[in-house]
Design a protein around this ligand. Structure first.
Ligand SMILES: NC(=O)C1=CN([C@@H]2O[C@H](COP(=O)(O)OP(=O)(O)OC[C@H]3O[C@@H](n4cnc5c(N)ncnc54)[C@H](OP(=O)(O)O)[C@@H]3O)[C@@H](O)[C@H]2O)C=CC1
Ligand SMILES: O=CCCC(=O)O
Length: 304
């Protein structure tokens, strides 16, 4: 399906948003962008995008507006705040929030959009910076089915598969479950690398052993070598992974689902944030474990 020169607004040009909006431009969509920091809009303007002066301005100009924002409080302020999305919504317009947020946040935005006669779809994504650049994201949409059908050509320009998961909340919850699993896996992987090192084993050999067996997976394969080198170039910021662990644990609280593994992993991400690693890649959780180990060895030396 082509773009047919479809007009789309795009709010939030962070690591993910800029790559996603760029793919829309490449596929022939007419894209109007807004970002809190204007320099990123200028970058896309050179590639053919128009710039809106506020979220409300973008929504007034475009029949459908997509957002990719940091977290629930930002998603709420951009949607419901002054000059926000809801100010620009009128009957027939659609708003698609692709940020990773909890279902309560999504529902509040959906209700405010509906109160102005608009359609709402939540559509968080699985896949990081590289899939965003390669247009191979996995889109987890829920909400207005008619908006899902309308925005499908844009989803096809940004992703490799789009799921429709029924009522608002279905996409948000699916995304949190997926990221809770991913965050726990990354924390366990980091512990394994650190333990192997302390036990005098080759971390590189550990990667090879894992890759050959049932635990081989693209995340360990892609991130492992740079983690061994102590490099954590940001694709998925650690602060966002910790936000997702927090939101997934809150969902577990609400549903009385015991999640001891995720709760322990969340503590490690919190520790990493407290060490100033929030803007590094989430694989820098490995660094927090190394810091614990260094502290333990200092205490042991002091006690000797
Ligand atoms: N990176 C990844 O691998 C993935 C991220 N996600 C999710 O997608 C969303 C975006 O992630 P990502 O692009 O990595 O994040 P970034 O931190 O790179 O970008 C965040 C975006 O939110 C904007 N923003 C932050 N604070 C405010 C504010 N107070 N008011 C208005 N705008 C604000 C930023 O604007 P500014 O440029 O001005 O800072 C930027 O556009 C998050 O919900 C994340 O969890 C989902 C899948 C993968
Ligand atoms: O939310 C971020 C997900 C990153 C990924 O799926 O690799």
């Amino acid at each position: 399906m082509g773009s047919d020169g479809m007009d789309v607004g795009f709010l939030g040009l962070g690591i993910m948003g800029i790559a996603m909006a760029r793919n829309l431009l490449k596929r022939g969509f007419k894209v109007t962008v807004w970002n809190r920091s204007p320099a990123k809009c200028e970058e896309l303007a050179k590639e053919g995008a128009s710039i809106g002066s506020s979220p409300a301005d973008v929504v007034k100009k475009c029949p459908i507006t997509i957002a990719m924002l940091a977290d629930p409080s930002v998603a709420l302020s951009v949607a419901l705040g002054p000059d926000g999305v809801v100010e620009g919504i009128s009957p027939g317009k659609g708003y698609v929030d692709m940020s990773t947020v909890d279902s309560g946040t999504s529902s509040r935005i959906a209700e405010a959009v509906a109160a102005k006669g608009g359609d709402f779809l939540e559509a968080p994504v699985s896949g990081s910076k590289q899939p965003a650049e390669m247009a191979t994201l996995i889109i987890l949409a829920a909400g207005s089915k008619s908006l899902f059908d309308k925005v499908r050509p844009a989803f096809d320009a940004m992703g490799k598969k789009s799921f429709y998961l029924n009522d608002v909340g279905g996409g948000a919850k699916m995304k949190l479950v997926v990221n809770m699993i991913m965050g726990s896996m990354m924390a366990a992987f980091s512990e394994g690398l650190s333990l192997a090192d302390k036990a005098g084993l080759s971390q590189q050999t550990l990667l090879e052993v894992l890759e050959l067996g049932a635990m081989g997976n693209p995340m360990f394969k892609m991130k492992g070598p740079s983690m061994i080198d102590g490099k954590y170039t940001t694709a998925f910021p650690l602060k966002h992974q910790q936000k997702d662990m927090r939101l997934a644990l809150a969902l577990g609280d609400e549903l009385a689902q015991s999640m001891p593994v995720a709760a322990a992993a969340n503590e490690t991400y919190k520790k990493a944030r407290s060490l100033g690693l929030g803007d590094q890649d989430f694989s820098a959780v490995h660094q927090a474990l190394a810091h614990e180990a260094a502290n333990a060895s200092d205490s042991a030396k002091a006690a000797a």
